[in-house]
Design a protein around this ligand. Structure first.
Ligand SMILES: [Zn+2]
Length: 299
């Protein structure tokens, strides 16, 4: 069955906080929210401030079902630009262009997108110390899973098993047709593009093709949402890394854990929408702060 076509929606109808996933598949959207500081809020600390790291280790040291939530900021040290930072992608391109509706109706947009995709070296990016720290935390048995907004696959490349990752916004490994959801092989489509097919079509039904990354206005992958919800329901702490926590419904998952009174630690360079709601915000680079924190937990 062909998926429904969905137009641009710049703000979510999803309530920002404590709204549980009801079984309908939420769609990717933008939204900014503001919440009240929780009881036990410890404020914002610089990674290099005395006691900041010790406090984070203390908050998480006796937790065995830590939910890790990651955004683009964990991959910037691998050379992948984030979206909302000073040099972010959205400073150069208009996010409103990256909608499912535009993909389906705008052939020029698809051609530009395939060119951007296939002109890049697929193997140019490698996991950094932050990805490796997440994989190390998993190996200690203290982590329930990793919900990521990223499509780059670097968590798995760092050694995190696929079943420990919920890719809420899809991934760039797959290609699917719009007409009947036929799967296409990435290398085969790349070869056709390199041979001159600038807007490649499904070999089986002739429909337009699309990466398995999630565009704005597109439903999130059902299995990834279900897994994320299960983890959010049972986590006993949440560690958000490299996300401004401003895109919903993704940002709702760490907030659900925090709303139960569990420790909520944020590591990010720059403000997030929920610094005031975190138990502790660590201002610092993911590639420095996360290995330090995981090293402290394992030590
Ligand atoms: Zn097809």
């Amino acid at each position: 069955m062909a998926p429904n076509r969905v137009g641009l929606r710049s703000r979510s109808r999803f309530p920002p906080f404590l709204r549980r996933w009801s079984g309908a598949c939420p769609r990717r959207s933008f939204e900014n929210t503001r919440d009240s500081p929780p009881d036990g809020h410890r404020g914002v600390g610089n990674l290099h401030d005395v006691d900041t790291l010790d406090l984070a280790i203390d908050l998480l040291s006796n937790r065995t079902r830590i939910l890790v939530f990651t955004g683009a900021g964990i991959s910037t040290e691998s050379g992948i630009p984030d979206f909302r930072g000073p040099d972010g992608v959205w400073k150069r391109v208009d996010p409103r262009e990256f909608t499912l509706d535009n993909w389906v109706t705008n052939g020029e947009f698809r051609k530009r997108s395939w060119k951007r995709r296939f002109s890049a070296d697929a193997n140019a990016f490698a996991p950094n110390a932050a990805h490796e720290a997440v994989a190390a935390l998993w190996k200690t048995g203290r982590m329930i899973g990793c919900i990521t907004q990223n499509i780059d696959g670097l968590h798995q490349a760092a050694g995190l098993p696929g079943e420990a990752v919920s890719e809420l916004h899809g991934n760039s490994r797959g290609i699917v047709c719009w007409g009947d959801q036929h799967r296409a092989d990435l290398d085969e489509v790349r070869a056709r593009w390199e041979a001159g097919e600038r807007d490649p079509r499904c070999a089986e039904c002739g429909s337009i093709l699309k990466s398995t990354t999630v565009l704005f206005g597109e439903s999130l992958p059902i299995a990834a949402v279900a897994t994320a919800q299960q983890w959010a329901d049972t986590a006993d702490a949440v560690l958000a890394v490299g996300s401004t926590l401003s895109v919903y419904p993704a940002a709702d998952f760490p907030l659900q854990v925090a709303a139960r009174g569990e420790p909520f630690v944020i590591i990010n360079q720059g403000k997030t929408d929920h610094d005031g709601f975190a138990t502790l915000k660590i201002e610092g680079r993911a590639g420095e702060a996360l290995p330090s924190l995981v090293g402290g937990l394992c030590g």
